[in-house]
Design a protein around this ligand. Structure first.
Ligand code: SF4
Ligand code: SF4
Length: 418
């Protein structure tokens, strides 16, 4: 048995009172309705594993890894159990005990080597954008048919745009833009929208070109040491004192920069001061725009084409950054939006990084319910604030669905006066 006594030093394992408050908020438990799939069980299993009462096994490995890392359990726990730290460590132990799949090893490699990630994206672009017309279009990646995956950008966003989006008029200050891999390699339109919107609002946007992947996919799978290199690189680039804010258009990257860098560095016994400082400067773009809405309003066209819109709230916005009402408030204020809230607008989409790939059936069941409720609103547009959620939601729509998924920034940009 491979047991790790250092888990016992952490109070979060021992604090669980087994009250069960985390069960009704866990998307995996609600889908499977098995105690083994619940956060409570994961905490208790971790405790017994570290106390050497429970031998490692592939079953334990599966139970620990069947998790979206959505953070709902932590938010609901009255005892302050820090599931994220605990699960990261347990995943790392499970990887040591049982090894990792080739897809995870490949993912870790590319996300921790930006140049190779750029190269890999060129090959992926060839495969996704061109060869799919000739190959089996019914193939699925996890729960998503390949034909429903978005196309790659012609060129990475950060190569398309100059580092400095300067203001013509006196600037209201400099905003640093952390683009994330989603915008850089897939959703370049989102990045262009962000730059245009902040420019009309009077901000000077800087996009540090040597930024790297936020590292979240590495550390949530327990690969903390590899993630530390990404984290320290980004902290050096973004933790500046001469800026108004660091903005992100990705709920997941924002959550990493805002809160989780500090947690990971603490786990590694490294200094957390700069991570804490950076975290205090990070703003999701919806939060930043809403906080400065008076600068946007004069530039909105009240006669822009009206749209029926509904919304999916990413878990990493709510649980990772405390951004809860901002996107809905924007949707209610935008002159061209008719907003209808879906019953389950704030529940997880089931994508969870690689969860949709590792647990396609559970992921599909979770997302199917969301799609049914989004359809019921009668909306044409399903807005969100996370590239990962966008891929999972749009990837599971049917051909006949008359609804498309978009980032809130595209909707805002459509309303800007020409
Ligand atoms: S809510 Fe917290 S204390 Fe209650 S069972 Fe879940 S982890 Fe344990
Ligand atoms: S992080 Fe989310 S999916 Fe994982 S145990 Fe907690 S509530 Fe369930």
């Amino acid at each position: 048995m491979s047991a790790r006594s250092d888990n016992l030093k952490s109070p979060e394992v021992l604090q669980c009172s087994k009250c069960g408050a985390c069960l009704p908020v866990c998307p995996v438990y609600l889908q499977k309705m098995e105690e083994g799939a619940s956060p409570r069980a994961k905490v208790q299993l971790s405790k017994h594993y570290t106390e050497q009462n429970l031998p490692t096994s592939s079953h334990l490995n599966n139970l620990i890894n069947c998790c979206l890392m959505c953070g709902n359990c932590t938010a609901a726990c009255p005892s302050g159990v820090q599931h994220q730290s605990l699960f990261m460590r347990m995943r790392s132990y499970m990887a040591t005990d049982h090894g990792e799949g080739w897809h995870l090893k490949t993912l870790y490699h590319f996300l921790s080597h930006e140049q190779q990630l750029r190269l890999a994206s060129r090959f992926a672009k060839l495969g996704r954008n061109h060869m799919l017309n000739y190959l089996a279009r019914e193939v699925k990646i996890g729960n998503i048919p390949v034909k429903r995956l978005p196309k790659f950008n012609k060129r990475p966003f950060r190569e398309q745009i100059i580092e400095d989006v300067k203001q013509n008029t006196p600037s209201r200050g400099t905003v640093l833009y952390f683009t994330g891999c989603g915008t850089n390699y897939i959703f370049d339109k989102v990045g262009h929208s962000l730059c245009r919107i902040l420019k009309v609002m009077g901000f000077h946007v800087e996009i540090p070109k040597s930024q790297v992947c936020c590292g979240l996919p590495l550390f949530v799978h327990g690969n903390l040491e590899k993630a530390a290199t990404n984290i320290t690189t980004n902290i050096k680039l973004f933790n500046r004192n001469d800026i108004v804010a660091v903005v992100t258009d990705c709920a997941t990257c924002g959550s990493a920069l805002h809160k989780e860098y500090e947690i990971v560095l603490k786990e590694l016994g490294m200094d957390t001061e700069a991570a804490k400082e950076l975290g205090s400067k990070v703003r999701d773009i919806s939060e930043f725009i809403l906080g400065n809405y008076e600068l946007l309003e004069p530039h909105l066209n009240s006669k822009a084409t009206r749209q029926k819109v509904t919304y999916h709230m990413p878990c990493h916005l709510r649980n990772g950054q405390g951004v809860t009402t901002e996107i809905e408030t924007l949707l209610k204020r935008l002159p061209h939006v008719e907003y209808t809230r879906a019953d389950d607008y704030d529940t997880c989409c089931g994508g969870g990084g690689t969860f949709f790939y590792d647990h396609p059936e559970t992921s599909y069941q979770i997302v199917s319910r969301k799609i049914k409720n989004a359809r019921a609103t009668g909306a044409d547009l399903w807005v969100t604030g996370c590239p990962g959620c966008s891929i999972n939601l749009s990837g599971n729509l049917q051909e006949e669905d008359n609804i498309s998924v978009e980032h809130i920034l595209l909707l805002i940009e459509q309303a800007l006066k020409k």
